[in-house]
Structure formats: C-alpha cells, structure tokens
Design a protein around this ligand. Structure first.
Ligand SMILES: [Zn+2]
Ligand SMILES: [Zn+2]
Length: 300
C-alpha cells in the first residue's frame, strides 16, 4: 500500500473543522487590522532564500527541499513566507503605492526536519507582513494583533518575550563584545557554535545545547543599542505598556534568521510550558535591500 510521505499529514473530517475555525479566526482578525491576503507560489528560486534567510542558517544549509528542474534551474519548495512576500512586493512595484503595505497569508511550507522533534516536513503557517513603516507603533500593532488572534482562539496566560538586536550601526560592536566574552568558553561550546563564533555569534544565544548559566552571563544586545535603536525599543515597550500587553525582556531571544533588525518577539503561553513559543517574528529593515530593492524602505 502506498502511504503518505514522511513528515506530511492528511487533514480530514472532523479534524478539518478545527483547522477551518482557526483559519477563519486568524483571517478575520488580520482583515480587521487592515491586512490583505497575498498568495505567492509554492516554488521559488533557491537564490531568494539563500540571499534573504542567510547562509549559515539551518534552513538554508540543511532543511531546504532544493532541486533542479528540467532546465537545470535551482528551485526550492518555500521554507517560509516572508522572503516570497517581499519578492512579490518588489516584483510588482507595490513599494510605489501608499505605505505601509500589509499582507497576511497562509499555506504549506516545507523544511527537511526530523519528524520526531514534533515538526512536520510539510507544515502549515499563517503569517503577516507590514512593509514600509519605520515607526515602532507598527511593531506594536503586529504584536497587538497576534495577541488578539490567540486570545480569540481561546488561549490564555499569554505573554510576549521581546528583545532588540540593534541594526548595522550598533550590532557590530555587540558582536565583538559577544565574541570576546565567548572566547574564554570556546572549548565548552558545541561544534556548530564554535563555527558561529566568527560569522554569526548571536545565534549562539538560542542554541539549546549550551549551558544556560553561561548564556545568561553573556553581554546583552539591549545594552549596546545606538541612540536610534534604543529610542525605537523604548517607544515599542511604552506602547505595549499603554496597550496593557504583558511582556518580558528576553535578551537571549534573537530568532534564527539573519534578516532581523531591532525588534524580535515571541508569544508564549504558560499553559504550554516555558519552551513553547506559539509564534514569533521581528522587524527586518534590511531584507528589501538584500533582495535588491530600494534601501529606504522599512518593512516589519
Ligand atoms: Zn551550540
Ligand atoms: Zn542601532
């Protein structure tokens, strides 16, 4: 008998009714916040993700379903939605329209992961992107919207872990401080992290294999922010305060992708235990520039 592919699943009645309920709740909420649907292809050029997510990340190095087509083009099954949304935004010159441009999407994404970790190789994701707005109020709006979605779905004890990882102006000095602090512990680090020391030391902060006490003792990005990043971060936090959104500063939160700047966040529910982030995201001011677009845009 032919079976489904490892890491994929069928969603049949009655379970599909739950899926429909979740999808409807999320799309209704996103529309109420002024987000419109965008649908992008399931296959993209491999270069889109190696350029945007970054070499040296697990997704690009190990997890992409990449294959040549009959003409030898390097294609991939999309591993995430942000880069494709930005590609479409630039390809159709939506940056010339009033900003911010706000999109939501849902669909299948693909990563070659070990299914025993609870992750699927074909997984279903709902995402939102807001492009062209520099204000921290935009960051706060996204966080407020996802908190609203999750509470409408009946999840409780929600809080936001938030951090700022700075920008091109202040992050180099932070990376240097991190490398200096890590240098004396280099022999304790896992093989991946020893490699990350030179090119991407921030990622060591969320490595599950490192000693939590060591990670806790490292310099914090929030202490190295330049004036603009610090001001942005404080305005975000004061907006969260006025919206009465509970948050924790988590200086080990960096998110795995190279394209984040300044704000990164994850929503956690105490109902699910400390390790389980329900969703996460961040600001990515340089992604459009990496994709060859005008450098003056500030998408979230
Ligand atoms: Zn490690
Ligand atoms: Zn900065």
């Amino acid at each position: 008998m032919i079976k489904s592919v490892k890491g994929t699943s069928d969603i049949a009645p009655p379970e599909v009714l739950l899926w429909q309920h979740v999808e409807k709740t999320m799309t209704t909420t996103a529309k109420a916040y002024g987000y419109e649907e965008i649908r992008t292809p399931t296959i993209e050029m491999e270069e889109l993700f190696s350029t945007s997510i970054g070499q040296g990340t697990d997704i690009v190095e190990k997890e992409m379903y990449a294959f040549p087509d009959k003409k030898g083009r390097h294609l991939v099954l999309r591993p995430e939605g942000t880069a494709a949304t930005c590609r479409a935004y630039l390809e159709h010159q939506m940056n010339l329209q009033p900003s911010p441009a706000k999109f939501y999407y849902m669909g299948s994404f693909f990563r070659y992961e070990q299914p025993q970790s609870g992750r699927k190789r074909e997984f279903h994701s709902f995402g939102v992107e807001a492009l062209g707005e520099q204000s921290p109020l935009q960051d706060a709006e996204v966080i407020d919207m996802v908190m609203t979605m999750l509470s409408r779905l009946g999840l409780s004890h929600l809080s936001v872990d938030v951090n700022s990882i700075g920008d091109d102006n202040c992050r180099p000095a932070y990376k240097d401080a991190l490398r200096a602090a890590l240098a004396i512990h280099e022999s304790q680090l896992c093989e991946d992290c020893r490699r990350r020391m030179s090119d991407n030391p921030l990622r060591i902060l969320d490595c599950k294999r490192e000693d939590p006490a060591l990670l806790e003792s490292l310099p914090k990005s929030a202490d190295y922010l330049c004036t603009d990043c610090e001001d942005h971060f404080h305005r975000l936090l004061s907006t969260l305060d006025s919206l009465k959104i509970p948050y924790h500063l988590n200086h080990r939160l960096v998110r795995g992708l190279d394209y984040y700047t300044r704000t990164v966040f994850e929503v956690v529910s105490e109902d699910l235990g400390a390790q389980n982030a329900l969703l996460g995201g961040g600001r990515y001011d340089y992604l459009i520039r990496h994709l060859g677009g005008p450098a003056t845009l500030f998408p979230f």
